[in-house]
Design a protein around this ligand. Sequence first.
Ligand code: NAD
Length: 457
Amino acid sequence: MHVCVVGTGYVGLVTGSCLAEMGNRVSCIDIDAGKIEKLQQGIIPIYEPGLEEIVKRNVKEKRLTFSTRLADGLNGALFCFITVGTPPSEDGSADLSHVLAVTHEIGRSLDHYLIVINKSTVPVGTAKIVREAITAELQMRGLEIEFDVVSNPEFLKEGAAIEDFLRPDRIVIGTDNVRTTELMKQLYEPFVRNQHPILTMDIASAELTKYAANAMLAMRISFMNEFARLCDQVGADISQIRVGIGSDQRIGMSFLYAGPGYGGSCFPKDVKELANTGERFGSTMHLMQAIDAVNEAQKRYVPTLIVRRFGEHLSGRHFALWGLAFKPQTDDMREAPSLVLIEELLQRGAAITAYDPIAMEQAQKLLGERERLFYADDMMEMLDNKDALILMTEWRQFRQPDLAEVKQKMKFPVIFDGRNIYDHAKLHAMGLQHYCIGRGCVPQHRMQGAAKCSSGF
Ligand code: NAD
């Protein structure tokens, strides 16, 4: 089948290359000429495990092409996926300008039957807006060309995107007619040989399913983070509570980790948009507002621990920072908690040397040249003479460093473990001060029950 994918970012490039991998002819379109030029030269603009190999193979075998011209992509296509960004506007609502720009262009180029598929995460009601925009363009051209609009939200996880796309837990398809349902099922049939379901539903339900999924996951994170802060006050251990509640089959263990707050290009904006949708439809989403507020507070928690340990004024302090990306296995820095930490520490006068195995280039682009912010290319050498080590992303190489060497290199034996990856008892026994999230290991204001980390600071 011939497929056009508009927007060649994390979702579009993965969608396009995985569809090509199954034998389809795919044209990936983007307005970013630099990105398309790189892709044409075989340079992959994002880091995603397994992506480069799959892109190169399908380009070589001529199933996957890249262009800036939508009309080229639509030529002969039966399906057109919209996978452009839907970033948050000032008021938190999803900015649909990229989706609408693509939609109008489709209307201006369309010359045959097409299934237009919203894969971008878009608010409920967007399919209708898309349909109206294409119809308006066709009317202006005096044409009556049949087309359908489908909602097909994407659930891939950055860092495991290829695996998720090739073997999805489920595929959600929102349509309003049998023909498109059947054609969409045919397109996706090679991806569900594992018997995972293709769920067909009405368009509004499909649009909302994506938001509901992200809100549920974000809610579990905020739930654990709020509990973690309480744990630090009362001397309880969030990791034990996780096991205690997660063993209940109704709850389960996944997505129950306390940390520095969620980031990335999806949870923050989608939770905000849901709150907005509620307001628009007169159905206030109190929970969404709370999830967001808890997360904003949590992003300030690691900086708070540092201030408690080193004081309000940090000039003269130099910290080593391990991990910048919002999670491991990606170079995506959007809404990463490390950004909040960096701003706060710089503002208080500290210097920071940061290391991330993949995301440093993206971080530098986002943060620009900053006084007292440095980047290292060796995670151990950078520790020399630092006041403390701060861990913000749980990349595998940070999980089991030579802790004796870490201690010996630093000025003070202090680790702020924003992901709770280190064994507190072990670090404590080595004379390392280990501060983490929700395990009673905070620098001060501990209540009596929280005395287990009292030595060392
Ligand atoms: P992205 O920012 O990585 O990529 C979007 C691409 O669209 C960019 O390359 C941009 O240049 C291009 N673009 C913008 N306007 C265009 C236009 N008019 N014509 C052609 N190309 C255009 O975004 P992303 O992370 O891939 O996300 C895309 C959508 O998918 C968003 O709605 C997002 O919420 C959703 N989503 C993202 C993920 C994820 O993990 N990143 C997962 C599921 C769903």
